[in-house]
Design a protein around this ligand. Sequence first.
Ligand code: G3P
Ligand code: MG
Length: 369
Amino acid sequence: PMQEFLISYTNGIKNEVAFVFDIDGVLLRGKKAIPSAKPALELLNTNKIPYILLTNGGGVSEKSRVEFISKELNIPISPSQIVQSHTPMKALAQNNLYNRVMVVGGPEDKARYVALEYGFKEVITPGDIIRQQPSISPHHRYTKEQIENFTKPDIDLTKPIEAVLIFNDPRDAGTDVQIVCDILNSVEGLIGTKRPFDDGKDRQKPSIPIIFSNNDFVWANDYPLPRFGQGAFRITVEALYSEMNQLKHNEKLESTIMGKPFKIQYDFAHSVLINWRNKLIANDVNDANDLTLPNLNETPTNSPFKKIYMVGDNPASDIQGANQNGWESILLRTGVFKDDDWNHIVARPTAGVFDNVYDSVKEILLKNG
Ligand code: G3P
Ligand code: MG
C-alpha cells in the first residue's frame, strides 16, 4: 500500500500546507486506535497533504512504532514520517559526543537496541547493573526472567559512563531513580563511587550530563485521567539530587530536556517533514528506515510550507511548542485537555479546539480550500 500511496503524489501537492500529529491522546489511547484517526489521515492522503507524527513517546525504534500504528489504524505510515522524543539523540550518537551511555526507560530493554542503532558505541541499562549488583536497588522489581532476557552479563562496571539518556518513562522508577542519582553524584561516571562533597565545584552540575527526552508531566493513555510522564520522573530525580547535594531552594540539577515543546524538537520535525514531502513529490518508494538526520538546533531555511498545523491533546507540549515555533496549533478533547482546563492552560491553540482529529482536519481543509 505504501507504493500506491506514494505514487499518487507525483502530480504535486496542493496549497503547501502540512499537518503534524501527536500520537497519545490524538491517534491512540494506550494501544487502542481513536476511531476518528483513520479517516483523518485518509482525508489528508486523498488531498495530497503531507503529514508526519511528532510524539513525546518512545523507547522503541521509529520503525517498530510506525509498524504498530500502521497496523492499529490500518493506514500505511513510513518510518520517515515519525519523530519520537529521543529521535534527535541520533545526531548526538553520529557526532560521537558520547560513546558509553546509560539508557533508561521504555519496555524491556528495547531502548538499548535503539541507542545502538543510533550509533552509540556502548549502552548500559540499570538492569545490567542489577544483574551484577542486585543490592544497588534493595527493592528492585526485576524477575529472574527479565534479568535473563533483558540484561547483559558482561558489562564492565569499572569503565565510566559518559552520559545518562532517559529514552522513555521508567518501568522500575525506584531502581532507575536510585541508579541515575548514583551516577550523577559519582566520580566521573564510575558506578559505585561518590564524588567528595566539598570538592568546591558547583553542585548543580552533575558528574556527567543527563538528557531527558521529554518533559511531559502527564499524558493520556486509556485510563480516564492523565498519567504521570517523564516530566514527573525528572522532578523525582531533581528532588532527590537536590537533597543529596543540599542545593539551595533557588538551585537545581543542570540537565538537557528534548521533546515537545522545545525548539530543538520542532526544528528537527520540520526538517523531517520537508524530507517526507520531497520523497512524496519524487515518488521515492524507498520507505526504508532512512531517517534523515537533520543537525540539532538548526531551523530549516526556505521551508515550502505556508502553514504547518500541529494537532495535539496537551497544551503544555503540543500547543506551546507549535505556538513558540511559528506553527498553527489545534487542541483536541480526546486526551489530556478537558474544557474546564481552559482558564489555566499554558498555551491556547491558534486554530481552534475540536472534539477529535477528524473534525479538526476536515475543518482546516474546508478553510484552506
Ligand atoms: O510517553 C508518551 C507521552 O509522554 C506522550 O506522548 O504522543 O502524547 O506526545 P505524546
Ligand atoms: Mg499527546
